[in-house]
Design a protein around this ligand. Structure first.
Ligand code: GLN
Length: 277
């Protein structure tokens, strides 16, 4: 059995070619310690280990379980993050948000940042790695927070990243002010559920869906309350979904936010939005 034959198992099961190759690459690296670059250097692949990858691919096809849940981690900003079914798998698009937050935090010398709906803690930990400040990650789910704690510990960031169970701002005190509030909240409208890939539906519903039909519930709630918890000139920064930027801009303007900026993703979709109070 060759690497290509394993990729073909996925392709024959209806998984798009680039996705299939990316998944095999992740599995090879994890279970065989084998990277594409090793081919160039003539490193031999241990064929007995290749059968483990084949088993994992068959499991993935049988269960529609994302490979990141099978391996127990996903990559984000060049780091490994532990993931399980209680947290969303970190996405490339969220790296655009983190890069913007870090850039902003460095220019304004931000010292306190709040990450709402921290999930695996991937945003909070990545920011903490890049800046000298304190990050508080909050989430409604204790199961998610357990994963976030583990990630912060593994990355030796647990001195500068803290986590707290809180339904949005419910457990944040009014005297706790932040320089930046960041969030990648659930933003998929519930009626989209039937159009999603089976793999995405293995991720927690709590992290994916809103109750309203436009996927805007969390932006509206967060933007309304955020001014109370921001320092002067403090920033609010979000990841957003397809077609949501105009509505989010309106919420921001209506609540006194200024200098709204939008950043696009590689597919030219408005993906990140930010403004200051
Ligand atoms: N903050 C986490 C992430 O960006 C979780 C987001 C969510 O569950 N909606 O991956």
């Amino acid at each position: 059995m060759s690497i290509q034959e394993i990729a073909n198992l996925l392709i024959d099961a209806g998984i798009e070619k680039n996705e299939a190759n990316a998944e095999v690459k992740l599995l090879l690296e994890h279970y065989c310690n084998f990277k594409p670059i090793d081919i160039i250097f003539g490193k031999k692949l241990d064929t007995s280990k290749l059968s483990i990858v084949r088993e994992k691919v068959l499991e993935r096809i049988r269960t529609n379980m994302p490979v990141q849940y099978i391996m127990g981690f996903g990559y984000f900003m060049g780091e490994k993050f532990i993931v399980n079914k209680n947290v969303l798998i970190p996405r490339y698009e969220t790296e655009i948000l983190v890069n913007k937050v870090v850039e902003k935090a460095l220019t304004m010398n931000a010292k306190k940042i709040l990450d709402i709906g921290t999930g695996s803690g991937c945003i909070a930990c990545s920011i903490a790695k890049a800046i000298d400040g304190y990050i508080l990650g909050i989430d409604i789910s204790n199961e998610a927070l357990n994963v976030a704690y583990e990630n912060a510990k593994r990355l030796f960031l647990d001195k500068r990243v803290d986590f707290r169970q809180s339904d949005l701002f419910s457990k944040i005190e009014l005297n706790e002010k932040f320089d930046i509030i960041v969030s990648n909240p659930p933003y998929i409208p519930p009626q989209e559920k039937e159009n999603l890939q089976k793999e995405v539906l293995k991720e927690p519903e709590l992290a994916l869906f809103t109750k309203d039909e436009k996927g805007l519930e969390f932006y509206e709630k967060i933007i309304k309350e955020a001014p109370k918890f921001l320092n002067k000139n403090g920033y609010i920064m979000f990841e957003i979904g397809l077609g949501q930027s105009e509505d989010v801009k309106r919420f921001l303007t209506d609540n006194g936010f200024k200098d709204i900026e939008v950043e696009k993703d590689l597919a030219n979709i408005d993906r990140v939005i930010f403004a200051h109070i």
